[in-house]
Ligand binder design. Structure first.
Ligand SMILES: Nc1ncnc2c1ncn2[C@@H]1O[C@H](COP(=O)(O)OP(=O)(O)OP(=O)(O)O)[C@@H](O)[C@H]1O
Length: 657
């Protein structure tokens, strides 16, 4: 069964001090938005429902959202987006205020109420959890852990999108929810102040999940509603002197542009069913994949600000909304035969600290619908919590208990298996990282007095990786050169504007590798050119900006250039314990001697990279090289290009020569 995304438009009232005009209005029939276009007349955008300036929060909720809540209880995922320019009323619509509560508090209240209407058996084994994340500059942050500012990964497993580590907090009452939500909102606002960005420049995604047990079918249905307050969709123009603001705008543009491209590609899919949908080009679209042509029921509320001032943005917002309206999703019920979650067995269990621990996933998990691990012992204790034969589910108490016991055993076995797999995967990743660190240390070790040959089991993977990396960089630069030209002449647009953040990063890395190589060979002008090219792709990167200034200064003053050592983003103690042991003599040695040994990337432009790795200075082995696996720090003496480029923008340093 397919279901089109439901799109409605809402025009906000005039705000104090705004110059009023009739540029944007609602048609007399109430089913279209009209935008006046000078003397040319008006553009008409029809929608399922259009809400005028007097529409209430209640009207929007009752008509657009409430009818979907039943679906959540049936195991479907519903996603509600608020889209529009800054100040068009997205947050008002989603969150509202105590006098005019928006969709979020109304959804929570209604869902809690709906749960109380469930048959007792089902209610007792059903639970809600909430997750809240923010996507800022194409990075995902957990708003329940915003203080630590750690970025979350997105994993795609087949059709499933998971965010490992995203915290899901259980709640039962509106008061519990409000407390959790308000704390997260406060953390969001503090973080945005610290990072010097308005929260309206990030996307906020609140997920309310429910697992609902149906003893009749012996299934757990896992429904979810995502409430998404997108960043302002205005054209974040890449102007001004503030590099970090430019990069921020570019990143916001990128996610919203990708969103628009996904919507467009889905529209075009009828013409070309094999067309690629660029979900993977931004984190936002990866996260929202289910809501866009996927298995979620989708609702888009298009928020509009009145007035000629917003005319251009309003038209592009409405065009986006008109395209979104044609997207067909294919909602699926998410259910599994499984035991009820843990909390049913201990009703008195408060949402203490353990509830904050990210819970493991199981089965279908859109954005990570969580569950607790059922405890078999507890299960026996609580069989009385299940309905008697007199309840309307038509099962005797004994039958229900048998079912539950069986499911609990299955679930525990499955969980154990899952955990083992996760441990094995973790070990594999650690081994891979160790391998990478060894490679870095080998490359970074200067000098080569006493030569020994490394064992082949250690050397072979390094050589292969090294060659792969080198090929990747060479290929990338070749591709980029051709593309840069093509974009400049044909599209009259810099290539950097259309690449994904990952591609930009890789391209910058390739230029840095070349720049470093030229610098090593004292071709400062060549190096400067390459670093400048890299900066086109990563304009906000302070390390790059600093290096450019350093080289410019060296050229201007006619002095030898020696790059300043960059500190790694690890603690000093970790750094000092894990750094390669470099003697004073090595430090004094002219750079040109060590450089050949230092790196191999782009070596074919110099002396051939790989043979250099075959030699190893026994006296200068980094300490870490001898430490047993698992006890190693991940740090080494100098950062790789990738790490160097990943350094966060440092306030106040850019521009200071
Ligand atoms: N329907 C409405 N009724 C009354 N006030 C509204 C309405 N919509 C928006 N407002 C008010 O307009 C202002 C801007 O709205 P809001 O902050 O929700 O915009 P936004 O689109 O979320 O902006 P941003 O992208 O910057 O977060 C707020 O003061 C809000 O209270």
């Amino acid at each position: 069964m397919s279901s089109a995304i439901s799109v409605s438009a809402r025009l906000r009232p005039w705000m104090k001090g705004e110059a009023q005009d009739d540029c944007i209005s609602i048609s007399e029939t109430g089913d279209a938005i009209i935008v006046k276009e000078g003397t040319k007349g008006g553009l008409k955008f029809p929608f399922k429902s259009c809400y005028g300036q007097n529409a209430t929060q209640e009207q929007i909720f009752e008509k657009e959202v409430r009818p979907l809540l039943d679906m959540v209880f049936k195991g479907l995922m519903v996603t509600v987006f608020a889209y529009g320019v800054t100040s068009s009323g997205k947050t008002h619509t989603m969150q509202g205020n105590p006098d005019a509560p928006g969709i979020i508090p109304r959804v929570v209240e209604s869902m809690i109420k709906l749960k109380t209407q469930m048959p007792e058996a089902a209610r007792r084994v059903s639970q809600f959890t909430v997750s809240y994340m923010e996507v800022y500059k194409d990075d995902v942050y957990d708003l329940f852990n915003r203080v630590h500012c750690s970025k979350l990964d997105i994993r795609t497993d087949g059709e499933q999108t998971n965010i490992p580590g995203l915290i899901h907090k259980p709640f039962e009452t509106i008061e519990e929810f409000t407390q959790i939500y308000n704390t997260a909102c406060k953390a969001r606002s503090v973080a945005s102040t610290d990072l010097n960005h308005a929260s309206s420049r990030s996307h906020a995604i609140l997920g309310i999940s429910g697992s609902f047990y149906d003893p009749t079918s012996d299934k757990i249905r896992m429904g979810k509603i995502n409430l998404v307050d997108l960043a302002g969709s205005e054209n974040n123009k890449l102007t001004g002197n503030d590099r970090s603001r430019m990069a921020e705008s570019a990143a916001i543009n990128k996610s919203l542009t990708t969103l628009a491209m996904v919507v467009k590609a889905l529209n075009d899919k009828s013409k070309d069913p094999n067309a690629r949908i660029p979900y993977r080009d931004s984190k936002l679209t990866r996260i929202l994949k289910d809501a866009l042509g996927g298995s979620s029921v989708g609702v888009l509320i298009c928020n509009l600000a009145p007035g000629a001032k917003f005319q251009a943005d309003t038209i592009s917002t409405l065009r986006f909304a008109s395209m979104a309206e044609k997207i067909e999703n294919k909602p699926v019920v998410n259910e599994r035969a499984a035991p009820p979650p843990k909390r049913v067995y201990s009703q008195s269990q408060a949402a203490g600290p353990s509830s904050l621990i990210p819970q493991p996933s199981f089965g279908y998990q859109p954005f990570g619908i969580p569950s607790g691990i059922p405890a078999p012992r507890a299960n026996r204790r609580t069989s009385a919590a299940f309905p008697s034969a007199s309840t309307n589910v038509g099962l005797s108490e004994k039958e229900i208990e048998e079912r539950i016991n069986k499911r609990v055993e299955e679930e525990v076995a499955r969980r154990l298996e899952e955990r083992e797999k996760a441990l094995a995967e973790q070990k594999r990743r650690e081994a891979e990282e160790d391998e990478e660190m060894r490679e870095v240390e080998l490359q970074m070790t200067p000098g080569s007095p006493a030569k020994v040959t490394l064992p082949s089991e250690l050397l072979d993977p390094i050589l292969k990786k090294h060659a792969d990396l080198e090929n990747e960089l060479i290929n990338r630069l070749e591709e980029v050169k051709a593309l840069e030209q093509q974009y400049a002449t044909k599209h009259q647009q810099p290539l950097a504007e259309v690449l994904s953040p990952v591609s930009k990063r890789k391209t910058a890395r390739a230029y840095v590798a070349l720049g470093r190589d030229l610098g090593d060979r004292s071709d400062l002008k060549g190096a400067l050119e390459m670093y400048k090219k890299a900066a086109v792709y990563l304009p906000e990167n302070s390390n790059l900006a600093e290096r450019i200034l350093e080289i410019e200064t060296a050229i201007r003053e006619g002095v030898a250039y020696q790059p300043r050592k960059k500190s790694r983003r690890t603690s000093h103690s970790a750094r000092s314990s894990a750094s390669p042991q470099v003697s004073k003599d090595d430090k004094k040695r002219p750079r040109s001697k060590g450089k050949e040994k230092r790196r191999g990337v782009f070596g074919e432009l110099t002396n051939g990279p790989l043979p250099l790795l075959l030699e190893w200075d026994e006296t200068k082995k980094p300490e870490k090289f001898h430490t047993p696996k698992g006890s190693q720090s991940k740090s080494s003496g100098s950062p790789t290009d990738e790490e160097w480029l990943a350094a966060p923008p440092r306030k106040g340093r850019i521009g200071k020569a």
